[in-house]
Write a protein that binds this ligand. Sequence first.
Ligand code: ARG
Length: 462
Amino acid sequence: MAIEKKPWSGRFQKPTAPNVEKFTSSIHYDQRLYSYDIEGSIAHATMLAEQGIIAKAEAQKIVLALKNILTDIAKGKIKFNASDEDIHMAIERELISRIGEAGGKLHTARSRNDQIVLDVRLFLRTEIKGILALVNDLQIQLIKLAKSEIKTIMPGYTHMQKAQPVLLSHYFLAFGEMFARDTQRLNDCKNRLNILPLGAAALAGTSLPIDRKRTAKILNFPAISKNSMDTVADRDFIAEFIFAASLVMMHLSRFCEDLILWSSDEFGFVEISDAYTTGSSIMPQKKNPDIAELIRGKTARVYGDLFAIMTILKGLPMTYNRDLQEDKEPLFDAVDTVKDCLAIFAEMIKHTKFNAAKMYLAAQGGFSTATDVAEYLVEKGLPFRRAHEIVGNIVAYCLKNKKELENLTLKEYQKFYDGFTDDIQKKIKLENVVNSRKHTGGTAKAAVLERIREFEKSSSKI
Ligand code: ARG
């Protein structure tokens, strides 16, 4: 599709230097917007004809040719090159080469400045829908796991030190909460970006009698932008999306970090299926959690994409500046990375075995029930601070004598406080410890099952 003459060449005396073409061109990556560009052009041409700005017959020719171009690009029949500059010019050139004069009317009352924002908005609203579906698939997977592991007790950690026993299901649903917030954020971002930018033209709008609401209707936008300058300058929606994507990645990455640690021989809490791990080229015994590590690593990439867009935007004078062309590679990278990671993570977790016996064993001992002993004393009427101190003394005694709270005799307990009775061992039995936290948000089986039911309702709605 190389054509010597550029659509904007009227005022130029010399042709563009070849390295300038290569440097300024974005066609090698923005060509992935072609279907949205054509969709937008068809809507624009339709509106122009309805408003009498171009003839109906011309619009018909344009629309038909655009539809053919769409199929030809999809079939790989049209080759792009650097002299095409960007996807808008590439398609317009192809259009003019096919239908001549009429093709030159498509860009009436439009600039590439509003056109590119349209393409990206159309692209992103579709992609966000796909990402939301992937997050939902992962949620369904987590709910399944939460149900099947409802009896599994594991040690909960703070500071990477054994803290208190929790249900493994509660752990899964903690990520369920995170992904639920991601879902809200992505939906919010999708709704905010869902406005028609066309009509802003270069920056000031157009003197021609366009009907923006009509174009919005054709393209299924519930609203139109309200300030032509803002419309071409604004990329908030890209930054918002990459931020939302960064949080999704961060949640996956934290989950991965646990799985990596838990699959070590020292923990042995999980075994990721052979199909989702890799080996070592030298150490024959190795089975490495590379997928989880790569997701953790790719999180950094998406953060980089976020940093790129934020930095592109920070010093830009009003309104459009060519710097904005640099928004697309970080955006595409964030979209592709988050989609890939969500999909493979859901599969990996589906093929991971959780070792309930090892988790239970690890949840025992290590004073993970010390808080419960203190709460037991609170139930006996002691102020919590006092109870805390007594139990602290008991822990010190255990450490010195190599004992655990679970195997102290009643007599030993009573040495520290004479109000201990023989129900203390029952109080600190792991199952009782877990199930006593039955308030909303607690780790008791009943509370977790209740939250599972709520998740089931909301995830089926998407
Ligand atoms: N390729 C450009 C971009 O991505 C399209 C807009 C170009 N506008 C311009 N006035 N040079 O931002």
